[in-house]
Design a protein around this ligand. Structure first.
Ligand SMILES: NC(=O)C1=CN([C@@H]2O[C@H](COP(=O)(O)OP(=O)(O)OC[C@H]3O[C@@H](n4cnc5c(N)ncnc54)[C@H](OP(=O)(O)O)[C@@H]3O)[C@@H](O)[C@H]2O)C=CC1
Ligand SMILES: O=C(O)[C@@H]1CCC=N1
Length: 273
């Protein structure tokens, strides 16, 4: 596999996660550029490895094979319109990681002939445990799809979806998902403290439990319902806790939260498209 020259436009949290993961996987720093007006973001990316950084988006995309648009959805239109002349006719693949920005909008700003992959990664990319859903239009070549797979696979799991709308479901499951688990851990740590543990001990126990549960779910050929049953001794402590969750409507709470993420993605597409 060749090593496409990648230009990140926007060097914030998500770009840093992907760059960090790419470097960790052995991707050559000399094939990565990052542009951002915020010097502090560039410095943070620079600390990850010797990637080329600068404040000029047009300079960053010059000669690049893959452009990764990693700015906030709110400024995507402005950023794309400013890049359009530099990208016109270049044939470079544009990968957008923005939530709620449709391919129609991106083409409207960048030009109808631009090959575009829309994807939804997540921040665990930073530790090589990302999960990314991708969607490409028909005019994206096989080699460009392979480049998108190569880049995102360097930082974790890659799942191509068959329709652009499926990316909203990906947002609800894995794009926003890390925050759900962090919130759950936060609540466990807080209450562990109230129950008498010191914060560091409660934190270490919650962290290791999350890791252990995730690894069991991944590495066992047993579904999560059965894994849960195996922790739940009849009449024991886990049963008491699970019954409390169910009585409080945990499944509905999760469903409502995921639907709120999907609804917000649709709303963002209307507001920013
Ligand atoms: N965070 C996450 O978990 C995920 C985020 N995403 C998507 O990734 C994208 C980026 O999110 P995130 O990394 O969290 O956001 P950040 O705000 O951390 O990063 C965006 C970066 O873009 C910079 N920027 C602002 N204006 C420009 C410009 N004109 N040209 C180049 N860079 C510019 C910002 O600088 P400044 O701070 O100075 O404005 C900032 O450093 C969003 O579209 C989001 O939807 C997708 C999946 C997961
Ligand atoms: O919260 C957001 O809008 C972005 C997209 C998914 C995760 N973070």
């Amino acid at each position: 596999m060749d090593t496409p020259l990648i230009a990140f436009i926007g060097a914030g949290n998500m770009a840093a996660s992907i760059v960090g993961g790419l470097l960790e996987s052995g991707y050559p720093a000399g094939r990565i550029r990052a542009a951002d007006p915020f010097e502090q973001s560039l410095a943070r990316i620079g600390e990850l490895g010797p990637v080329a950084t600068g404040t000029d988006n047009n300079a960053a995309v010059d000669g690049a094979d893959v452009i990764i648009l990693a700015v906030k959805p709110q400024i995507m239109g402005e950023v794309c319109q400013a890049l359009a002349p530099a990208l016109a006719g270049s044939g470079a693949l544009v990968i957008s990681i923005a939530a709620g920005i449709t391919i129609d909008s991106l083409r409207g700003w960048l030009g109808q002939a631009t090959p575009i992959v829309r994807c939804m990664p997540n921040t665990p990319a930073l530790v090589g445990c990302g999960a990314t859903g991708l969607y490409a239009t028909d005019d994206v070549s096989e080699q460009q799809r392979a480049h998108a797979t190569q880049i995102l696979e360097a930082v974790g799991l890659v799942e191509w979806v068959g329709a652009e709308i499926d990316l909203d479901a990906v947002i609800a499951v894995s794009g926003s998902g890390p925050a759900y688990f962090f919130l759950f851990m936060e609540a466990m740590i807080e209450h562990g403290e109230r129950l008498g543990l010191d914060r560091d001990t409660a934190t270490r126990l919650a962290q290791q439990t999350a890791l252990g549960a995730a690894r069991m779910a991944l590495e066992n050929d047993v579904d999560v319902v059965e894994l849960r049953r195996r922790v739940t001794s009849p009449g024991g402590t886990t049963q008491a806790a699970i019954e409390s969750f169910e009585a409080a409507g945990l499944r509905r709470i999760v469903q409502d939260a995921m639907q709120a993420a999907v609804d917000r993605a649709a709303e963002m597409a209307r507001e920013m498209g």
